[in-house]
Design a protein around this ligand. Structure first.
Ligand SMILES: [Zn+2]
Length: 96
């Protein structure tokens, strides 16, 4: 199995999503990983993820990765690795 599409989906996922409140029509932005949020105009609670009836979303993959990163020393190692990735994307980036 190739993970190419998963990697591309993650790379193309914006960090914020714009949505329209179905109750009042107010348009706002929110962090893309949030499952629920509240309309800043009418205070309605809105579900933003898990709307597909079958399967998972790319946000679920990111959640799995974040959980996999662990805590304490494991998370510190992951963050050090991220710094290396951020500093030298050409060296550590996956081949396209
Ligand atoms: Zn609203």
């Amino acid at each position: 199995m190739s993970y190419t599409y998963v990697i591309e989906d993650i790379e193309n996922l914006p960090r914020f999503r714009e949505f329209t409140c179905p109750v009042c029509g107010h348009v706002q932005k929110t962090y893309v990983l949030l499952i629920q949020t509240q309309c800043e105009n009418c205070q309605e609670r809105l579900k933003l993820r898990g709307l597909a009836s079958i399967g998972s979303e790319i946000e679920d993959v990111i959640d799995a990765v974040l959980i996999w990163l662990g805590e304490r020393e494991e998370l510190e190692l992951a963050l050090k690795w991220k710094q290396m990735l951020d500093q030298d994307e050409d060296t550590y980036a996956h081949p396209k």
